[in-house]
Design a protein around this ligand. Structure first.
Ligand code: HEM
Ligand SMILES: [Fe+2]
Ligand SMILES: [Fe+2]
Length: 375
């Protein structure tokens, strides 16, 4: 059983590995454009995309980056797909299957068998991860008639894979962190445009949140509890986990630097070189946001699907128990409750600084729901 799982893990991981030899950049462009032209003609999927995508040129460019990164390892895509899809109203397993069917039709027509296999495999796995995150966030019933049957695949089996509290927690925390990073970026951008100073208390509260919650609570759970269970399966997975662990360690240092840069910006804002301090903080903040979005992308597209695919029922039980205890021990009680006042403070600080619209945009109605208990 264990050997079998390890073999599955190795197979999954190696087929996830990007390879510049797999196809040309042109083939990626052809794939993405052909696929979305099908989507835009599909009576069921088209309305969803047309209502959400304002700028198709931008969307296609982003998706070319995404597939180029996933298939060829060009690392151009910076984003976290789970929060984007979680925000879409009314997704169902059937819609994901329709999406996948069109995707497979497209890859089949390309005439590159290796590309086809790798792309189909990735699409399938990521679709599973997106659908998992979607259900986790929307509290949709799992299993039963809602979950479709489709070949020998892992993500829609009627098993417990969709309901692991530990995965739910990770996805929710990613969503909260993305929202916060986005809010900070928007806030800085707006003040730069208006040529005004930001609300430093709000910024400080936001950085404090990032430090308290993701850095002290989220990453240690991944590094200590989840990652060790996935190690030792194959070299690629181990290398990805090493990188994520390094990211976690680097994150702590980066946040100290950011706090110091913010203090410099605040204290020196009236001084002759105030502008340089602002630029320094903005540059560090952008680096940090890009860094973590990419980090979460790797976790969501590689590690969580792999965990779903290979961990045993017993391992999940152990992990879920540990996640829940860990959460309680660190927070004293439900972490959501502890951080709710801080979140409110940040939102009201943004509102007071005349950035009400901005706060709403950044959190897109997600601020408080992201903190509701996962189950
Ligand atoms: C039911 C199936 C799906 C629907 C209806 C759907 C719909 C959408 C929509 C409307 C957006 C634009 C969101 C925005 O700009 O705010 C989007 C973005 C995206 N989708 Fe999907 N999607 C589906 C499945 C998938 C799958 C299976 C993948 C990957 C294999 C995928 C990859 C992406 C990526 C990478 C983005 C860009 C996210 C970003 O902004 O960084 N989607 N999707
Ligand atoms: Fe992480
Ligand atoms: Fe994470």
């Amino acid at each position: 059983m264990v050997a079998e799982q390890k073999a599955t893990g190795a197979r999954l991981a190696s087929s996830l590995m990007p390879d510049p030899e797999l196809c040309t950049e042109e083939e990626v462009v052809r794939l993405v454009h052909a696929f979305y032209s099908k989507v835009r003609k599909d009576p069921v999927l088209a309305p969803i995309f047309e209502s959400q995508v304002a700028d198709w040129e931008l969307h296609l460019a982003k998706l070319v980056d995404f597939w180029s990164s996933a298939l060829r390892g060009t690392a151009r895509y910076k984003g976290a797909p789970i929060p984007k899809h979680v925000a879409l109203p009314g997704l169902t397993a059937e819609l994901f299957h329709r999406w996948l069917a069109l995707f497979r039709e497209t890859t089949q027509a390309l005439g590159n068998a290796a590309l086809r296999q790798r792309a189909d495999d990735l699409a399938h796995r990521i679709a599973g991860s997106l659908w998992y995150g979607y259900q986790a966030r929307h509290g949709a019933p799992v299993g039963g008639g809602q979950t479709p049957e489709h070949g020998a695949t892992v993500w829609h089996k009627k098993d417990q894979a969709m309901t692991h509290p530990s995965l739910t927690t990770i996805c929710q925390e990613h969503r909260a962190l993305s929202a916060m990073l986005r809010a900070i970026t928007l806030l800085l951008g707006e003040h730069r445009r208006r040529n005004t100073l930001p609300d430093f208390d709000a910024l400080q509260a936001m950085l404090f949140y990032v430090d308290e919650f993701p850095e002290k609570l989220h990453h240690p759970k991944e590094s200590r509890l989840l990652f060790p269970k996935l190690r030792g399966r194959d070299a690629h997975t181990d290398a990805v986990l090493d990188r994520l662990d390094r990211d976690h360690a680097h994150g702590e240092k980066a946040i100290r630097e950011l706090e110091h840069a913010l203090l410099g910006f605040r204290m020196m804002s009236e001084a002759a070189h105030g502008e340089a301090r602002r630029r320094h903080f903005e540059a560090l903040m952008k680096q940090y946001a890009d860094f973590y979005l990419d980090h979460m992308r790797v976790e969501e597209t590689e590690i969580l699907p792999l965990a779903q695919a290979v961990l045993s029922v017993d391992e999940w039980a152990e992990l879920d128990a540990a996640f829940l205890t860990n959460r309680d021990a660190l927070a004293g009680c439900e972490a959501d409750e502890v951080y709710r006042p801080l979140f409110r403070k940040i939102v009201s600080a943004l509102q007071n600084s005349g950035s009400f619209g901005l706060a709403l945009e950044a959190f897109a109605g997600a601020a408080i729901p992201a903190f509701s208990p996962p189950h």
